[in-house]
Write a protein that binds this ligand. Structure first.
Ligand SMILES: *Cc1c(COP(=O)(O)O)cnc(C)c1O
Length: 366
């Protein structure tokens, strides 16, 4: 029988988010043992979670009959010390994806505009449309953001400007001077979201925290995550750093127990595991340089990356993606980003990177 429910019209046009393919899915499809596969599709940490976080998770299991601390007190205070910022400036989300949704709850009403760049993180458009907002997409400049053009795209209807820096999926970085100019010029009644999911991979990151803490820009929020360098993507922990008055508004839209107790324990412990963070950064530095030099020697165009993944132009993206999967290597085709000739590949361990390049060569017949 046909469904006659009066579905929210915003959902009719909305695509379902396509994540990187899980190992088990690909194992089933190709009849391969799951242990024989590697996943370089979702920018996860190839070294795994921090061992200190794993110990904390094991200890937390015994208390999992209790509701989590709805205010994540220990994690919030640990992070507050770690960042040297008052706890009132922090809000946690079930992944920073949830922070994206919380800012939309706070600001977007039907017909409001949200400004993004071409090839932006896929969750910004989805959430904008979900709230009935209208997406204004600014053409990219060499696959990266064009902050001046984004400023020009702001109208009286604009509520939010989203920038991921470094950007996913392109790995590009906007120069510090351009970000600072953007922060100065975004109108005070428009929220600027600086998504810093990959900031910990940068050698010399622009530190926007002093601007947030100065209180001079209540329309600026930073977003970070434990999913990438901290290796806790499966637990879903992200956070926002903003003006206490705005954070207090977001708190109203947050579900009370959005962060489970095991995730809270793991994230708290992960903040102490400096060696794990440094090994991850070093592995990434070496692996990214390796992948990029292999692409160069294969005469493949790539976009020099500042993150833990890199986009490479290989011709028929879906075909090469399929061929590499058959060889046990899962990558990410960029069709959904209107880049059908490109793949995005996450930096793995040295062994995984070697295997990835072997699979790529063989898929390309090189
Ligand atoms: C991975 C990613 C996130 C966050 O993911 P969560 O797992 O939800 O914390 C946010 N923004 C960008 C640009 C990302 O690539």
């Amino acid at each position: 029988m046909a469904m006659e429910l009066p579905i929210n019209p915003a959902l009719a046009q909305l695509p379902v988010y396509q994540p990187g393919r899980p190992l088990e899915d690909v194992a089933r499809e190709f009849g391969l043992p799951v242990e024989s596969l590697i996943k370089l599709a979702s920018n996860e940490n190839p070294l795994g979670p921090s061992p200190m976080a794993m110990d904390a998770m094991r200890a937390a299991i015994a208390k999992s009959h209790l509701y989590p601390d709805g205010n994540a007190f220990l994690l919030k205070h640990k992070l507050s010390t770690h960042l040297d910022c008052p706890p009132e400036c922090l809000i946690f989300g079930n992944g920073s994806n949830e922070i994206i949704e919380l800012v939309a709850h706070a600001l977007i009403q039907p017909t409001d505009e949200v400004v993004v760049s071409e090839q932006c993180f896929a969750v910004y458009p989805i959430v904008t449309h979900l709230f009935g907002g209208s997406l204004v997409t600014v053409p990219a400049r060499k696959f990266g953001h064009d902050p001046d053009a984004m400023l020009k795209a702001i109208t009286a209807k604009t509520k939010i400007v989203f920038i991921a820096n470094p950007n996913n999926p392109t790995g590009t970085l906007v120069a510090a001077s351009e970000i600072l100019r953007l922060i100065e010029h975004v109108p005070r009644n428009v929220l600027l979201v600086m998504d810093e999911a990959y900031i910990e991979f940068l050698d010399d990151p622009l530190d926007l925290l002093p601007i947030v803490l100065s209180g001079s820009h209540p329309n600026l929020i930073l977003m970070r995550t434990f999913s990438k360098i901290y290796g806790l993507a499966g637990l879903r922990v992200g956070y926002g750093i903003g003006h206490p008055d705005f954070i207090a508004m977001l708190e109203k839209a947050r579900q009370p127990f959005n962060l489970n107790s095991i995730a809270q324990a793991a994230a708290t412990a992960a903040l102490d595991d400096v060696p794990h963070l440094e090994c991850t950064r070093e592995n990434n530095r070496i692996g990214l340089a390796f992948l990029q030099s292999e692409f160069a020697s294969l005469q493949l165009e790539y976009i020099p990356s500042y993150a833990n993944f890199v986009m490479v132009k290989i011709g028929d993206g879906v075909r090469v993606f399929q061929e590499m999967q058959r060889r046990g290597v899962i990558t990410r085709p960029m069709t959904a980003y209107h880049l059908p000739q490109w793949l995005r590949i996450t930096v793995g361990t040295a062994a995984e990177n070697n295997r990835c390049i072997a699979a790529l060569r063989s898929a390309l017949g090189k």
